[in-house]
Ligand binder design. Structure first.
Ligand code: ZN
Length: 195
């Protein structure tokens, strides 16, 4: 029977700069999420060597630091989700924002994690994602459909000429006249007139 912080190597699979448990597609889902995050411009990685799977001895070390007032809040050795290979501490808020954006489909979301006071800590929820493991640096997951960018409104200038030769210039965005520049009053308006 596997014990917290004492998982055999065969139960663990690599993620970028760390390891997570293999069971229930945990490590694979992380790697698949990271493949998508990477395509979107953010590489997800744990803060350090104790920030994904964490051994009992490492948890003990963090616990001692916490108890002596020198470290972050740490779970009692033997109880941390890091010891089950189910949690990751993210290195930056940018990574956290990316997990907030795309993580739920992969089983990763802060809102269902433990340690709510630690923005960096997220825990896996199994049963949401399954698929092949693209590996720590792979991109094996199918690329997500990119939503089409909304069409930019057409911008145009139009000129209206009066019988006496004076004219007005209109700026048109989409179907709306947004500005008018005219010589009707005997000279150019000092500025674009916003309509
Ligand atoms: Zn953590």
């Amino acid at each position: 029977m596997a014990q917290n912080g004492r998982l055999p190597d065969s139960d663990l699979a690599p993620i970028l700069q760390g390891r997570l448990v293999r069971a229930n597609s945990c490590a694979a889902s992380w790697n698949a999420m990271n493949a998508e995050a990477r395509r979107l411009g953010v590489e997800l990685r744990p803060t350090g060597s104790k920030s994904s799977y964490r051994t009992f001895a490492q948890q003990q070390e963090l616990w001692n630091l916490y108890r002596s007032g020198k470290g972050n809040l740490a779970a009692t050795p033997g109880t941390s989700n890091h010891g089950w290979g189910l949690a990751v501490d993210l290195a930056t808020t940018q990574m956290r924002a990316m997990v907030d954006r795309i993580g739920k489909r992969y089983g990763w979301a802060k809102e269902w994690s433990d340690a709510p006071s630690e923005w960096w800590h997220i825990r896996y929820r199994s049963g949401i994602w399954s698929g092949p493991d693209p590996g720590p640096t792979g991109s094996g997951a199918a690329p997500p459909a990119q939503p089409a960018a909304p069409p930019r409104p057409q911008v145009a200038l139009d000129v209206g000429v009066m019988p006496d030769g004076r004219f007005e210039v209109f700026r048109i965005v989409g179907d709306n006249i947004t500005n008018r520049w005219n010589a009707k009053t005997g000279g150019w308006a000092p500025n674009w007139q916003r309509l």
